[in-house]
Design a protein around this ligand. Structure first.
Ligand code: KE4
Length: 431
């Protein structure tokens, strides 16, 4: 009689989760489908480390997908949350903490003369698009292949057959005639953008872009690309929206728009803005934002918008960032990590390039350069999956998808970077 293998804690949780939630997750990427194996259940985080349900510890480079730039459970944020909890955490009324966070946002992003808080990046993106359509009285929008702005119908759109064609639904349930209102263009191709604006510019309400792409893996803008978007939108009277949900407060205190010196008409924020709690925002000039209800007629609302707990976590997080400006150290740690992984790949004679911008990084298993969705999606996903699983086995948690950004936090130490490189050298040697 073969003894039934005792079910591990993780396996039990995974079985239970799948019986209750579609795919066993609250967001698809968490299911590890792109890398294989059962997902882990992380139950504790401290600094740059997470602990799974079986007590295994990992150096974490996912950071809850970007919000945790200060690492897990930073004391300053924990203190702010405890203090806020004592007074209750929801009133459905404007709260003084919203004023405090909005003023921090304005300090960082002068282009955001008015800020509207929402609870997710998806909400920020869909609302900004609605506002842009109302303000310009135009229907068409532009997004770029490989960029992700949340799952609102009009943004779950993939490129059509041609290079600059109107979109096709990228998910069942997305209505075709809505998808066709979105022009999907190749990221980092200023010439195709210019041609598209020549043809459609007068009908474009807004051009939405990740100023540094993080959702095809990390792909920086090539010189001139963002400038072309700014010039083209200005020329044709379309609005330029920077989706800084990842880059906001990540690339620097004032995000990508300060790094690249481009003032967008609309900015989307999220992730770090809430310090790990549900908060996001969109904003722009007072003249534009005053169109929003209740001042104007453009409707957008949210029960939990401006939630005091999320505001408190955001204020504490941004206050630490504004005071400490940790960006040079973050970039230096990330550069050392990227160079070390590339060197390990070279020793193995492997095509391996690590894109990095500030504390964002992605290993691509292919020859450089990786500056477009076509080149990013050409990464060897099988090798990435083996790398991912090998690193996990050696106590390093990476994004469970080859086309996502990894994140270094202020909690990562030189020693943890060393340990990560030791693990990478062993894994790359073995795969
Ligand atoms: P949320 O609706 O997930 O809060 O934000 C959507 C969004 C908008 N803009 C950018 C640039 C984003 O990266 C995101 C969400 N990012 C993904 C990971 N790349 C979140 C992780 C997930 O989907 O589970």
């Amino acid at each position: 009689m073969t003894k039934k293998k005792k079910e591990s804690v993780n396996a039990r949780l995974w079985r239970q989760a799948q019986a209750l939630m579609p795919g066993g997750v609250s967001s698809p990427v968490r299911a590890f489908k792109a890398v294989g194996g059962d997902p882990l259940f992380f139950v504790k985080g401290r600094g740059a480390e997470v602990v799974d349900a079986e007590g295994r510890r990992f150096i974490d480079y996912v950071g809850a997908w970007g919000p945790l730039i200060l690492g897990h459970a930073p004391p300053a944020v924990a203190r702010a949350l405890r203090a806020t909890l004592a007074y209750g955490w929801g009133f459905g009324a404007t709260h003084p903490l919203e004023i405090e966070l909005a003023s921090l946002v304005q300090d960082a992003f002068p282009s955001m003369e008015r800020v509207r808080f929402v609870s997710s990046g998806t909400e920020a993106a869909m609302s900004a698009v609605r506002l842009a359509r109302a303000a310009t009285r135009r229907e068409l929008i532009v997004k770029f292949i490989g960029c992700y702005h949340g799952h609102a119908d009009g943004l779950l759109v993939r490129a059509g057959s041609g290079v600059a064609t109107f979109g096709l639904p990228d998910s069942p349930g997305v209505v075709k005639r809505l998808a066709e209102k979105t022009l999907v263009l190749p990221y980092n191709d200023a010439e195709v953008f210019k041609e598209a604006m020549l043809r459609h510019g007068e009908r474009i309400a807004c051009v939405l872009v990740e100023p540094v792409a993080g959702n095809m893996g990390v792909v920086p803008p090539v010189p001139g690309f963002l400038e072309a978007l700014r010039a083209g939108t200005k020329h044709y009277g379309a609005l330029l929206a920077f989706d800084e949900v990842i880059t906001g407060f990540r690339l620097g205190w004032s995000g990508a728009q300060a790094v690249f010196k481009i003032r967008p008409d609309l900015t989307l924020l999220g992730k770090i803005l809430g310090g790990g709690l549900p908060a996001a925002a969109y904003g722009g000039s007072a003249h534009l934002m005053e169109r929003l209800a209740p001042q104007g007629a453009v409707y957008q609302a949210g029960t939990l918008s401006g939630n005091p707990l999320a505001m408190a976590a955001g204020i504490a997080t941004l206050s630490v960032l504004r005071r400490t400006r940790p960006y040079q150290r973050l970039a230096r740690l990330t550069e050392r990590l990227a160079r070390g992984i590339e060197a390990a790949g070279r020793r193995k004679g492997m095509a391996l390039t690590v894109n990095r911008v500030g504390s964002l990084w992605t290993p691509f298993f292919r020859e450089p350069p990786v500056l477009s969705y076509i080149s990013a999606s050409g990464t060897n996903r099988t090798l990435y999956a083996r790398f991912f699983r090998g690193m996990l086995a050696r106590g390093v948690s990476l994004p469970p998808s080859a086309l996502e950004a990894a994140f270094v936090s202020t909690a990562h130490t030189e020693r943890q970077i060393d340990r990560t490189l030791e693990a990478a050298r062993k894994v790359l040697k073995a795969i």
